[in-house]
Write a protein that binds this ligand. Structure first.
Ligand code: 13P
Length: 235
């Protein structure tokens, strides 16, 4: 399974380094075999060639150049970063990234062989408009994306479940994951208000290959507990 922490705009570089070291020690002590990804803030990226894979929350589709405020491949390469998050709802809805711009990023980092965690998910008003409308909305987020890319991971994150404490029912997660699995055979993570208290039942569901965790992952101990549960499930 894949257990991923999206640290968003949290933790300083110093705190991120000790966070990752904490997780690394836990992995070693407990002989964890899961794939563990951590996405720190851009300024906290650093070289770390151990078990935890550090990924970028964002990068522009360029090697370098005149793109003020962005980083490109050259800045990732410095830290041997080969994993990137693309399409997170905060990038789509707060930063206004379009499907077209996400596809450019996707293709650029795909050509470089990156592990791409590609996020999809619907806002509340879309969900409330009915299942068919919701699935059509999510389907559009697959437009232009190579769903057969062999280093792809997809994360289903309903926007209304992010940071709210709300989650779909377990039956809903199974049903949606089943439909999304028909679109791509890539490992499929669930994200949105995953916590120590609900992660076990979510990880155990059919069609769930891991989780992408925000707020609850900010506590290294909680994130480690989630990794431990994944190991115990032995999926
Ligand atoms: P929360 O776990 O805080 O709901 O965030 C989920 C998320 O956005 C992970 O990418």
């Amino acid at each position: 399974m894949i257990i991923a922490a999206n640290l968003k705009t949290n933790l300083t570089r110093e705190k991120t380094i000790s966070y990752i070291q904490h997780v690394e020690n836990f992995i070693e002590k407990n002989a964890l075999l899961q794939e563990i990804l951590v996405f720190p803030a851009t300024s906290s990226l650093h070289l770390h060639n151990k078990k935890v894979k550090i990924g970028a929350q964002n990068a522009y589709h360029t090697y370098n150049g005149a793109f003020t405020g962005e980083i490109g491949y050259e800045q990732l390469e410095e830290f041997n970063i080969k994993t990137i998050l693309i399409g997170h709802s905060e990038r789509r809805h707060i930063m206004g990234e379009t499907q077209e711009s996400l596809v450019k990023k996707f293709n650029f980092y795909k050509e470089l062989g990156f592990r791409i965690v590609y996020c999809v998910g619907e806002p509340l008003e879309v969900r409330e408009a009915g299942h068919q409308h919701m699935m059509e909305y999510i389907s559009k987020q697959y437009d232009g994306i190579d769903t057969a890319y062999d280093n792809l991971v997809i994360a289903y994150e309903p926007v209304w479940a992010i940071g709210t404490g709300l989650t779909p029912t377990l039956e809903d997660i199974v049903a949606i994951h089943k439909e999304l699995k028909a679109k791509s055979k890539a490992p499929l993570l669930y994200g949105g208000s995953v916590k120590v208290t609900n992660v076990k039942e979510i990880l155990a569901l059919d069609g769930v290959d891991g989780v992408l965790v925000g707020s609850a992952a900010l506590y290294a101990e909680h994130f480690c507990t989630m990794c431990q549960y994944a190991q115990e499930l032995g999926k």
